[in-house]
Design a protein. Structure first.
Length: 310
């Protein structure tokens, strides 16, 4: 059963600065900053919420269908998706734009300066959900503002159950628009910070949001997650890892677990635990799409962590 993943495809350019930003930026000269940082180490990762979710769902044996826009420089991403056997049916190339890109510089203290160029993401509304064919479920993840509004409406109009996953795109919308997303969605998934922002902007409590959807999922990092449904409130434990390497993309891995559980009829407790495991597997690897456990390895890790098979 296909899972429609509406969201971004992007390149993450990650650079390391051996010094400290605080030693290069003068507090009394913030009105006229002109600084440069030597970054001897740099890597480029495949990223974007749609790409990350699809990658993890494929690891589980799911059938992801990405709906996204890429730019004139997107050939390497298309080649990667071909190698992964992930459909490109609903990926549109915008010839006069670059693919969305993040430029992230981290200093010796772990502080980050990030610049993000949306590029082709700004044209995501050109894609129409009606063109995808039959899908079992969808997710509206961070993307161009107009695209997120359009794809949520399309899913609702077509009767496709979907997860509203605003992520870092949440600040683009006002309270009424966020209420509109919630009322159209079947499920809402946010992290704890996004949950605070969502309740602040809409004036709704978490309980109030949960009443409007079939399930509200709130991730809480090392403290696990909570799932609120009409019938129950589940506390989902986190999965311990030997070493935390890189949290980038953990939320997307978690959402892939949710999609897999929903399309395969798993109960919420198992679905949440599988999602938690996928986040833990990702956090132990550098970059959002470099972990590569087999399906058998995922099953074994799940049984080891929770004492039963999913």
């Amino acid at each position: 059963m296909k899972s429609l993943i509406c969201g971004s495809l992007a390149f993450d350019n990650i650079m390391s600065f051996d010094g400290r930003f605080s030693e290069s930026i003068l507090a009394d000269q913030l009105h006229k900053i002109n600084v440069g940082f030597l970054v001897p180490n740099m890597r480029r990762e495949f990223g974007g919420c749609a790409g990350n979710i699809a990658y993890n769902l494929k690891l589980l044996g799911g059938d992801p269908l990405i709906m996204a826009t890429i730019g004139q420089d997107g050939a390497p991403y298309r080649e990667r998706l071909t190698q992964l056997d992930i459909s490109q049916q609903c990926i549109r190339t915008i010839d006069d734009s670059f693919t969305g890109q993040a430029f992230i510089t981290t200093d010796a203290d772990g502080n980050q300066i990030t610049a993000f160029h949306p590029g082709a993401m700004s044209f995501s509304h050109f894609n129409k959900v009606a063109d995808t064919g039959k899908v079992a479920i969808g997710i509206v993840a961070p993307d161009g503002r107009d695209g997120m509004l359009q794809h949520a409406k399309d899913c609702a109009d077509l009767g496709i159950p979907f997860i509203f996953d605003p992520g870092q795109g949440l600040p683009m919308f006002n309270g009424d628009e966020l209420k509109g997303f919630i009322d159209q969605a079947t499920y809402v998934a946010v992290n704890d910070y996004e949950a605070e922002l969502l309740t602040s902007r809409t004036g709704l409590t978490l309980a109030g949001i949960a009443e409007r959807v079939a399930a509200l999922i709130v991730t809480r990092g090392e403290n696990g997650a909570e799932i609120f449904t009409n019938a129950e409130h589940l506390a989902i434990p986190s999965v311990k890892v030997d070493k935390v390497i890189d949290p980038t993309g953990c939320g997307d891995a978690f959402r892939a677990g949710i999609l897999y559980g929903l399309t395969n009829g798993l109960d919420w407790a198992t679905t949440g635990r599988l999602a938690s495991l996928m986040g833990a597997i990702k956090i132990a690897s550098q970059g959002p799409q470099n972990h590569a456990p087999s399906r058998q390895e995922i099953e074994a890790r799940f049984e080891q962590a929770f004492g039963y098979r999913f």
